[in-house]
Design a protein around this ligand. Structure first.
Ligand code: GTP
Ligand code: ZN
Length: 303
């Protein structure tokens, strides 16, 4: 970043409210800040150079990002957060999760270079076996699936999750109703206090999960963070080149090198390693279908 701002304090963006951001300074104090101009557009997780201005602050510059998790549809880009260590995709036995959304979240993470795990919540419910089965293709491709019951077995769930979260900045993504709030309240006992009065005032009556929120799990020596995000309906992946897509899906990637044609789309070409693996049961039918759907979306012309 431009050295002319190097003398300014570094802060961490812990929340955004439209054109207002909450920036945490090195002492853990939080300040309402405004970006100066378009150049300092920032997202939760950004390190920023900022200066006090009256009761509030001005963000002068955003430090270079290590990574950025985002989704992109036809018309707009929606950033989730920056500088993440890992992604936790939380799904539940109920409501039944969309495998397409799950696959998309994992592709976005892979594309951003962020490692991911799945947690399956509400395993105390009778549908657990069916949900587990739907996640089998993910286990088969080497993905870790942690089974929890955040409400029914809080102690067991905490014991399973904590070692993986320790010392990391973890972004939590999942559809509404899966237990994200339950997770935060289990692992961050003072969660409400961390949202804080400033945020509540800025949010002016809106439900708290409409914005991404940063939580410290260890407030004394903050290193471990959970970043809670609002649910989403759409998960566009327009940032990805069609030819890249199979390389971002580990089960397809494992066979994409076996195709006769170097530019095989794995749709109908003869001598396709991916189709052979599908027929041999090494790639699940649902994953292959999702691949086709996303590929079609990415290949569609923009008018
Ligand atoms: N049976 C069962 N229910 C659970 C478990 N964990 C959470 N729930 C319930 O699932 C419902 C949704 O949980 P929340 O934590 O509010 O879910 P959320 O993801 O924050 O939902 P949004 O606020 O809509 O984003 C609540 O009624 C919880 O009590 C569990 O382990 N087992
Ligand atoms: Zn192929």
């Amino acid at each position: 970043m431009s050295s002319k701002h190097a003398h300014l304090d570094l802060g961490l963006v812990v929340r955004g409210h439209g054109r207002h951001y909450i920036v945490e300074d090195a002492q853990g104090q939080r300040h309402v800040c405004h970006p100066r101009g378009k150049k300092s557009d920032c997202v939760v997780g950004d390190q920023v150079r900022w200066a006090p201005s009256g009761d509030e602050g001005v963000i002068e510059a955003v430090e270079p990002r290590r990574n950025l998790l985002f989704r992109q549809d036809e018309w707009k880009t929606k950033s989730f957060a920056a500088n993440l260590d890992q992604l936790l995709v939380l799904v539940a036995v109920e409501p039944v999760f969309s495998e397409s959304q799950l696959a998309r979240a994992l592709i976005a993470a892979e594309s951003a270079g962020i490692s991911a795990r799945i947690a399956l919540n509400k395993t105390d419910l009778p549908g657990a076996a069916a949900a587990r089965e739907r996640l089998q293709p993910y286990r088969d491709m080497g993905m870790e699936v942690m089974e929890v019951a955040l409400k029914a077995d809080p102690a067991g769930s905490r014991a399973l999750l904590t070692p993986w979260l320790q010392g990391k900045r973890t972004f939590v993504l999942g559809p509404s109703g899966t237990g994200k709030s339950t997770l935060i309240n289990l692992l961050v006992p003072d969660a409400q206090a961390q949202v804080g009065d400033i945020s509540q005032a800025l949010n002016s009556g809106r439900h708290t999960t409409t914005t991404t929120q940063w939580y410290w799990m260890d407030e004394a020596q903050p290193r471990t963070a959970l970043i809670d995000s609002p649910g989403f309906q759409e998960f566009g992946l327009k940032q990805i080149e069609p030819a890249q897509l199979p390389l971002l899906m580990p089960d397809l990637r494992a066979h994409a090198g076996d195709c006769r044609f170097y530019n095989c789309t794995h749709q109908h070409e003869p001598g396709c390693g991916v189709i052979a693996a599908l027929q041999a049961g090494q790639i699940s039918a649902s994953r292959y279908r999702i691949y086709g759907e996303i590929l079609e979306e990415l290949s569609r012309q923009r008018w």
